[in-house]
Design a protein around this ligand. Structure first.
Ligand SMILES: *[C@@H]1O[C@H](CO)[C@@H](O)[C@H](O)[C@H]1NC(C)=O
Ligand SMILES: *[C@@H]1O[C@H](CO)[C@@H](O)[C@H](O)[C@H]1NC(C)=O
Ligand SMILES: *[C@@H]1O[C@H](CO)[C@@H](O)[C@H](O)[C@H]1NC(C)=O
Ligand SMILES: *[C@@H]1O[C@H](CO)[C@@H](O)[C@H](O)[C@H]1NC(C)=O
Ligand SMILES: *[C@@H]1O[C@H](CO)[C@@H](O)[C@H](O)[C@H]1NC(C)=O
Ligand SMILES: *[C@@H]1O[C@H](CO)[C@@H](O)[C@H](O)[C@H]1NC(C)=O
Ligand SMILES: *[C@@H]1O[C@H](CO)[C@@H](O)[C@H](O)[C@H]1NC(C)=O
Ligand SMILES: *[C@@H]1O[C@H](CO)[C@@H](O)[C@H](O)[C@H]1NC(C)=O
Length: 901
């Protein structure tokens, strides 16, 4: 791991305008400071020369510091450097903000009283809630183990604790017993948080859904059962009603949850990173080291393929949770009715789309063809034979082309209403705001096919759809025939750029029914690793109850070893499910909570990281402990998981998106002692395992291989220990995409390159934010694209005029004659993706370069590179450009200004 000594120049990243919202944004002028030792924050702020105000006091047992805001944003890096130089300051980091994870809301309940439906909680008390059947959680409930006595701190959007299924109150004795609102409704990630004591989820819903997954009580109409109904919850609200959360707030929330005595801390929050050393991940790692397991969702960026780990899930010791699809696809459907030839035909459920202005209209259905398997139904413009459809609701099957295209074709024939029937299980909310359409909705494939059959037979079928405000809802549980029990395609892939194994394991997060705020329908079906993480947190509580330990390492080791590795799922063809999914996608696999709680054979590690070819760690030791009452003989073996190629083709520098190409080449594994080993009751043995990387791989495609060591005992124990390595050289990986790194200009939000020799007239030094210049000057903007993560990106300013004074101030750094770096460089710990930095002529030391001709040399440190070696950077330079400064207008006499004409 490359570790940087933070210096003035390394205080970058502030005020960074990110071109790509997938990359974490920084808050201009805001920094997190860590003190060497405790001190009074008020006096500390006063001791800073420059104008600084307090954002948040961050003085806790495991972290002592503050987040501060400099008033003069333009000089903030300079000021932050001075702060770092102060004797009592240990670290200064730029303040970054992260959005609420992009979870999917599939359907929600309504304010109209919910109909009681078939309960998953059977009359005899058996738990048949499908995510629990998948993870063995049902067995705990059936055995009366509920997480009693365990406190779970949840960092999220707050909790609607007045929801009857979430206890109906807040405070000691309630289900949601502790916690607080750390930010207030108006917090957006950039402004100053306004905390209060009440963590009510007033406007989001995410945290209320998460809380129900952990601990929803059974007094609900849909049979929702929290995984650990006996725990007490702590709720730490870190999002306002809009916007992001700053890492200072996340640091505060985690420390607070720790100090309030949480036994487990869970957060379904994150942002692209891939580096274990950012301040939030650092703090979470510390809490884990101090004995409290911290679980964080792996992220929902699976579409971007391998190497897209998210913070703080990627922290060392932090347990990152991936997502598995539910075996059922629950849907909260609006109740509606239909007629056949004028007589009552029955009721059906639909999911309203957008728009949804049905006005209770009763409309005859017009099917676009009678083939209920047509993959591209309604994608082509309708033939002339189809009549004017203004008096109908068009019935069309989902698939191939977009909803919008299908609606446009219907509208072209005068239709105002379109009913889709699904080509997959359940229904989904259609969004198709096409001019002319009043209502769109979706029904199940089965319902659509039944209607088409009746229509084909010559019947007239009419539907009557109520508006959402007046519709009653019911729960329909569809079999998930597409992906039941497989990894969710959206689940983010590790590993970190340092090749730490991520995620640790996976739980159901796709299509999860849980509680939702009362003002948003009370119940909802959501998808995301956000929904997987709280189930894992509930499982930790159950396993703590049974095992009688809260030790994060013991628990993670047991849960990883007993998790079930799963086959790879492309999201479509079941026939491709022949290879075990790569460890960087699933970690140990699907958690089997009961097995983890009752395993008597324990391993001393939860995974093995083999690194790359240049740092190959061939030999590893781990211990097998037999805590059973009799001797057990173990057979050791291994099972290869699919090797994932990072790149689609030789010469590519950007990792392929999902699904990465997979091949069946596996590492081979040798054990010492070899052969079956017998371990007497109560004893442990150290095993040495030696790996040989797979043969026959194309190293140019950067293969990531992985698999599982299997430990099968004569008592029936069947453990699997995940391992992962790279059969290639990480240092030779291209990190900087030179073709998309160039000089652009602040007036162009597409970040297109500017031609060479462009002249920019900038605001006079120090006046860039004056009203008269702010929106009138066009500044050069350096656009950087990282094909892979880089821990350090430099932006050196090189003078091009032969003016001796300009050249005299240069120093040779890493082979470049530089005046210094642009004030917002270097940028640290970058995920892959792009960012852009606007330049007003200021350097990192706070000075301004003279008017003149310049270029900027951009250098991105390679993975495992040495920051002091020029050859360890990818480097490119911008075209030459010229900057001049406007002259300040002369101050005019303002003698008359107070006269009030
Ligand atoms: C892999 O090796 C590099 C270089 O020594 C090191 O920095 C990194 O931490 C190693 N990764 C793991 C997971 O051990
Ligand atoms: C610039 O000035 C505006 C208005 O005074 C202020 O809101 C904004 O925060 C300033 N921006 C920076 C980057 O200093
Ligand atoms: C309870 O009912 C469920 C569903 O009918 C059944 O599968 C289960 O075996 C029953 N359990 C007991 C303990 O009777
Ligand atoms: C090792 O154990 C396995 C199963 O426990 C058994 O099938 C196998 O024959 C044993 N191998 C040896 C060499 O004893
Ligand atoms: C251990 O058991 C699993 C199935 O539970 C099997 O796939 C694997 O081959 C076994 N390993 C050994 C070494 O017998
Ligand atoms: C930019 O200016 C340099 C030096 O005056 C000249 O050599 C070069 O051709 C110019 N480039 C363009 C694209 O105008
Ligand atoms: C100036 O630019 C900022 C940021 O681009 C924008 O939010 C603001 O509305 C602009 N102000 C004016 C007066 O154009
Ligand atoms: C600057 O001086 C160097 C060396 O004296 C010379 O090679 C170069 O052509 C000069 N460049 C310009 C733009 O005058």
């Amino acid at each position: 791991m490359v570790r940087f000594t933070l210096s003035a120049a390394l205080l970058a990243a502030a005020a960074l305008a990110r071109a790509n919202l997938s990359a974490p944004q920084t808050v201009p002028g805001a920094f997190i400071v860590e003190y060497e030792e405790d001190q009074d924050t008020g006096s500390f702020i006063n001791s800073i020369d420059d104008d600084a105000s307090l954002r948040k006091d961050l003085r806790y047992k495991l972290f002592k510091g503050a987040s501060i805001q400099f008033t003069n944003v333009e000089k903030s890096e300079d000021a932050a450097a001075k702060v770092l130089a102060m004797p009592k300051v240990k670290n200064v980091w730029p303040l970054r903000r992260y959005p609420l994870p992009q979870h999917t809301v599939h359907s929600t309940g309504s304010s109209v009283a919910a109909e009681m439906v078939k309960r998953q909680l059977q009359g005899n008390g058996t738990d048949t809630f499908s995510p629990h059947l998948q993870t063995q959680v049902n067995k705990f409930r059936d055995a009366g183990i509920t997480g009693q006595g365990i406190k779970i701190g949840v960092v999220d959007t707050g909790t609607d604790y007045l929801h009857p299924a979430l206890g109906g109150c807040f405070g000691p004795g309630c289900l949601v017993a502790y916690g607080r609102d750390i930010v207030g409704d108006n917090y957006d990630g950039s402004n100053t948080p306004v905390p209060d004591a009440d963590p009510m989820d007033t406007c989001q819903g995410h945290g209320t859904h998460v809380a129900g997954i952990i601990a929803a009580q059974s007094n609900n109409p849909y049979g929702i059962i929290g995984a650990a109904q006996g725990v007490t919850l702590g709720s730490y609200r870190v999002f306002g009603c809009q916007g992001d959360v700053g890492n200072d707030v996340l640091i505060a929330a985690f420390n607070q949850a720790y100090e309030d005595g949480s036994d487990i801390i869970s957060a379904s929050i994150g942002g692209p990173s891939g580096w274990s050393d950012d301040p939030w991940a650092t703090v979470v790692s510390r809490i884990v080291k101090n004995g409290v397991p911290c679980l964080i969702s792996a992220g929902n960026e699976g579409d971007l393929g391998i190497f897209y780990a998210s913070t703080a899930a990627d922290g060392r010791g932090v347990t990152a949770i991936g997502s598995i699809d539910n075996t059922l696809s629950p849907a909260l459907l609006n109740n509606a009715s239909f007629t056949v030839n004028g007589a009552a035909g029955g009721s059906f459920g639909f999911t309203p789309g957008s728009p949804a202005l049905w006005n209770g209209a009763s409309l005859p259905l017009y099917p676009i063809g009678f083939d209920t398997t047509d993959p591209a139904n309604g994608c082509d413009p309708y033939p002339a034979s189809i009549p004017d459809l203004s008096g109908y609701a068009v019935l069309v099957r989902r698939g191939t082309c977009t909803f919008v295209q299908k609606v446009q074709n219907a509208v072209a024939k005068g239709a105002k209403y379109v009913v889709f029937y699904n080509n997959a299980a359940g229904t989904t909310a259609v969004s198709a705001s096409v001019a002319g359409v009043s209502g769109v909705a979706m029904v199940t494939g089965e319902q659509g096919a039944a209607w088409v059959k009746a229509l084909q037979a010559g019947s007239k079928v009419s539907v009557s759809l109520p508006d959402s405000g007046s519709a009653t809802k019911f729960l329909a549980n569809f079999e998930n025939t597409a992906s039941a029990g497989f990894l969710s395609t959206y689940t983010s892939w590790g590993p970190t750029f340092d090749l730490e194994v991520k995620p640790q394991f996976s739980t159901p997060g796709g299509m999860i029914l849980s509680t939702y705020p009362r003002n948003q329908g009370s119940y909802g079906v959501l998808s995301g690793t956000s929904m997987a993480c709280p189930l894992a947190a509930g499982i930790y509580a159950l396993v703590m109850n049974v095992r009688g330990t809260k030790d994060p390492r013991v628990l993670e080791n047991a849960i990883s070893a007993t998790a079930k590795p799963n086959f790879f799922n492309t999201g479509t063809a079941a026939s491709t499910r022949k290879l075990l999914a790569p460890v960087p996608q699933q970690g140990g696999g699907l958690v089997q909570a009961w097995d983890a709680a009752h395993a008597t054979t324990l391993l001393s590690v939860s995974s093995l990281a083999l690194n790359d070819t240049n740092h190959f760690a061939a030999k590893h030791e781990f211990a097998i402990s037999n805590t059973a009452k009799t001797a057990i003989t173990y057979a050791l073996g291994s099972a290869g998981a699919a090797t994932a190629y990072t790149y689609a083709a030789e010469g590519d520098i950007t990792p392929a998106g999902f699904p990465n190409a997979l091949v069946a080449n596996y590492a081979s594994v040798a054990f010492s002692p070899s052969g079956n080993i017998t371990i007497p009751a109560g004893q442990r043995k150290i095993i040495t395992v030696t790996f040989t990387p797979p043969a026959g791989l194309n190293a140019k495609l950067l293969p990531v291989y992985s698999g599982y060591i299997t430990v099968n005992g004569t008592d029936g124990a069947a453990l699997s220990l995940p391992y992962m390595g790279v059969a290639g050289d990480m240092r030779s990986v291209t990190v900087l995409d030179k073709s998309q790194t160039h000089l652009s200009q602040s007036s162009d939000r597409t970040f297109a390159p500017v031609p060479a020799n462009t002249t920019f007239t900038l605001a006079p030094p120090g006046h860039a934010n004056d009203t008269i210049y702010r929106n009138r000057t066009v500044a050069p903007e350096v656009a950087v694209m990282l094909a892979m993560g880089s821990a350090l990106v430099r932006g050196d300013v090189v003078p091009l005029s032969n003016d001796t004074s300009a050249q005299a101030n240069t120093t040779l750094v890493l082979g470049t004659k530089t005046l210094g770096q642009i004030n917002e460089f270097p940028v640290l710990l970058n995920p892959r993706g792009d960012f852009a930095v606007r330049w007003e002529g200021q350097l990192a030391d706070g000075s301004y370069v003279p008017a003149g001709r310049y270029k900027v040399v951009i250098k991105a440190l390679k993975i495992f590179g040495n920051p002091d070696k020029a050859e360890d950077y990818d480097s490119t330079e911008t075209v030459p450009f010229t900057i001049t400064y406007a002259t300040l207008p002369k101050r005019r006499s303002v003698r008359t200004s107070k006269r009030g004409y």
